[in-house]
Design a protein around this ligand. Structure first.
Ligand SMILES: [Zn+2]
Length: 72
């Protein structure tokens, strides 16, 4: 039986109007190094730039609650 491993990386969205920039989760099936700086679709459906500065799960108050719930 093949086990599929799902990996999440942290991605930073831009501040958008009244919404502050948040850390989101992006599901990856490739090497994270290939994604650094790339704009990817997040788990919650927005676009954010992948960063290797932070690891997912991210901690703190500036983390997307939808991604936190869905990407564990
Ligand atoms: Zn999110």
């Amino acid at each position: 039986m093949t086990t599929t491993t799902t990996t999440f990386v942290a991605a930073r969205s831009r501040a958008h109007g009244p919404t502050a920039a948040l850390w989101h989760a992006v599901e990856v099936h490739r090497t994270v190094a290939d994604l650094d700086g790339a704009c990817e679709l997040t788990v919650c459906g927005s676009l954010a730039r992948v960063s290797t500065e932070r690891a997912w799960p991210a901690t703190g108050t500036d983390v997307c609650p939808a991604c936190t719930t869905q990407a564990r």
